[in-house]
Write a protein that binds this ligand. Structure first.
Ligand code: SF4
Ligand code: SF4
Length: 96
């Protein structure tokens, strides 16, 4: 499976090294779905590779792909709660 740079794996999962909650776009992800800190991205991002999940979550929009990812891992409710509550660390990261 080749990475199509769909962006979903930089939005859907929670990434502790970045203090990034579920379903929240990584602040380092550019509008073209590229990593703006590629040379210094965390190990967990380095270790991540395209796999079967990428095919299972294929959809026309990033939003749909993220939804499918969260549903696949049964994380939809948790992600919704985080979105509704807001995430102060991400707000701070975006301002930075
Ligand atoms: S979800 Fe898969 S195809 Fe999409 S950017 Fe990540 S590795 Fe690439
Ligand atoms: S640091 Fe880069 S590779 Fe890691 S989630 Fe953010 S944009 Fe994606």
């Amino acid at each position: 499976m080749e990475c199509t740079r769909c962006g979903a794996c930089c939005v859907a999962p929670d990434i502790a090294a970045l203090d990034k909650p579920l379903g929240v776009r990584c602040p380092h992800l550019t509008a073209d779905n590229l990593c703006s800190v590629y040379d210094r991205r965390p190990d967990v991002c380095r270790a991540y590779g395209a796999d079967e999940v990428c095919r299972l979550i294929e959809a026309p929009t990033l939003e749909e792909r993220v939804s499918k990812y969260l549903a696949l891992f049964e994380l939809t409710d948790e992600a919704t709660a985080i979105r509704e509550r807001g995430c102060s660390s991400m707000r701070k990261a975006r301002r930075g």
